[in-house]
Design a protein around this ligand. Structure first.
Ligand code: SF4
Length: 230
């Protein structure tokens, strides 16, 4: 597979009945609210550089964000926060990510979701996470060689990244390192050591309450950006 072929294959995946029903129900119900735009309502592929130095691992698309626009972290509040920070640290060309044709580009970075369909309440089940894991594995296998830093957004992304890299054959410390904001673990292999950085997820739950502030997210993404430029 190339990344393009992988993207085409994942976009028609229907392996999780609950998530297929949800993504399509939301698309049907909400399409009228966004009548001037196409509404995606399908799985979300990874997006960004094909040979990324920074890999950002999120949870799953938002019902009216990625599920609507067809691009990860695009058109939702979490994405507003994430892209503003990526722009401040030099990893995105624009401070906003509004729709798939807005000209936004990631610089040396790629984003992937651990689960590729929008789940109700942003909570995939363990079975859904495991069913979707082969898509994450396939994408990592295509892009991992160039990666220097992995940024996991939230504990779900952290665990999913550790598990996926272990399946890829990378050395991952045991017991598994614990997630925290600013946590860092080294994974990879001799000669290709990669820093895994933890960052609180830029969900409204975290940004509205002040659990995640702009200086906090800039600090972690800035570390990733600095490592990418070495
Ligand atoms: Fe397929 Fe993943 Fe969507 Fe499940 S969550 S239907 S495995 S793309």
């Amino acid at each position: 597979d190339t990344l393009g072929e992988l993207e085409a294959r994942v976009s028609v995946c229907r392996a999780c009945p609950r998530l297929v029903a949800w993504r399509e129900d939301v698309a049907r119900d909400k399409r009228a609210s966004f009548a001037d735009q196409p509404y995606w309502g399908r799985p979300i592929a990874g997006w960004g550089a094909e040979d990324p130095r920074v890999l950002i691992v999120g949870l799953a698309p938002a019902a009216n964000g990625g599920n609507r626009t067809g691009r990860i972290f695009t058109g939702d509040r979490s994405g507003d926060w994430l892209f503003a920070s990526l722009h401040r640290v030099g990893l995105a060309t624009q401070p906003t990510s509004v729709h798939a044709g807005d000209g936004q580009r990631l610089l040396d970075a790629r984003m992937v979701a651990a689960v590729r369909c929008a789940p109700p309440l942003n909570k995939p089940t363990t079975a859904e996470r495991d069913t979707c894991a082969p898509w994450l594995d396939a994408e990592l296998a295509l892009v991992a060689d160039s990666v220097r830093t992995v940024v996991a957004l939230g504990s779900f992304g952290w665990s999913a990244a550790l598990a996926a890299f272990r399946r890829l054959g990378w050395e991952v410390p045991r017991p598994a390192p614990r997630f925290g904001h600013g946590a860092e673990a080294v994974i990879g292999s001799p000669g290709h050591e990669v820093a895994l950085l933890g960052c609180y997820h830029p969900s409204q739950q975290n940004t509205f309450t002040g659990k995640l502030t702009e200086p906090m997210i800039d600090e972690v993404l800035g570390r990733a950006a600095a490592a990418a430029r070495i």
